[in-house]
Ligand binder design. Structure first.
Ligand code: DC
Length: 239
């Protein structure tokens, strides 16, 4: 895994302390659950980058802005105060001082978020906000390890088959499996440009693993890397 990051140096932290840990992967690959649990185990905040894209999409949907109009979306974001509050316990997103977190995981937001997130100006707006968060933290998204925090100390890329991801999503939201699978496939396609893993990310195929096993695998990898050990590859890890 990667060497101590620029953020470590800037924060003056002990090189053995976790600083920034990134979890990327496609929709419903389990990255936010894993990142959240790993963060809790390490006693550091968890940051969900997707919430900022979702908050931007929520604003677009509620204002009637054309999601394809990058300039209009950017102007909308400039006219509102969007604040992400990361915490060990979870993340809260405030828009103009009001928490909208509970309104962000809806089919309506899911359907448009890839379009909003596809605008380079929106990506720059999100990246700027994320780079202001003081480390240490564990963060999940699509391009956290590849673009936003290329110097992150530990990088993971979680994958699962489309069928397994659809099954997991159906478990989270009462919905029809075929419809969910189709929505996930559409989102994979919409997110494709952001989905390339960082070259130095450790890939974890979560298909055959329970959540606890993925968390244990990640924590093992972090500890092995921090102790400089060349311990055998954790179960499920490939690369
Ligand atoms: O992680 P999530 O499903 O909450 O993310 C919602 C959407 O936001 C996802 O479909 C694509 C976009 N996103 C992104 O483009 N880059 C990120 N780092 C995180 C999310």
């Amino acid at each position: 895994m990667s060497a101590p990051s620029r953020l470590d140096a800037e924060a003056g932290s002990d090189a053995r302390e976790p600083s920034v840990i990134t979890f990327d992967g496609p929709a419903a690959s389990g990255k936010s659950s894993v990142a959240q649990r790993v963060a809790r185990a390490l006693g550091i905040p968890f940051v969900s980058s997707g919430l900022l894209y979702r908050a931007a999409t929520h604003l677009v949907a509620h204002s009637g802005t054309d999601a394809f109009d990058q300039a209009a979306v950017l102007a909308l974001l400039g006219a509102h105060m969007v604040e992400l509050r990361p915490d060990v316990a979870g993340n809260d997103v405030l828009v103009d001082g009001r928490s909208v977190t509970s309104e962000l995981h809806t089919d309506r937001v899911d359907a448009v978020v890839s379009t909003v997130a596809g605008h380079p100006a929106v990506r720059a707006w999100v990246s700027q906000q994320l780079r202001r968060v003081p480390p240490p933290f564990a963060i999940d998204g699509r391009d956290m390890g590849s673009v936003v925090f290329p110097g992150a100390r530990h990088k993971f890329y979680l994958t699962a088959s489309p069928e397994e991801r659809a099954r997991r999503r159906v478990g989270e939201r009462a919905a029809d499996l075929a419809a969910v699978a189709a929505a996930i496939a559409r989102r994979d396609q919409g997110d494709a440009r952001q989905l390339a893993p960082a070259a130095d990310a450790l890939h974890v195929d979560t298909d055959e693993l329970e959540l606890d096993q993925v968390v244990a695998c990640v924590l093992d990898a972090i500890r092995a890397s921090d102790s400089g050990s060349t311990a055998s590859e954790p179960q499920g890890a490939a690369s």
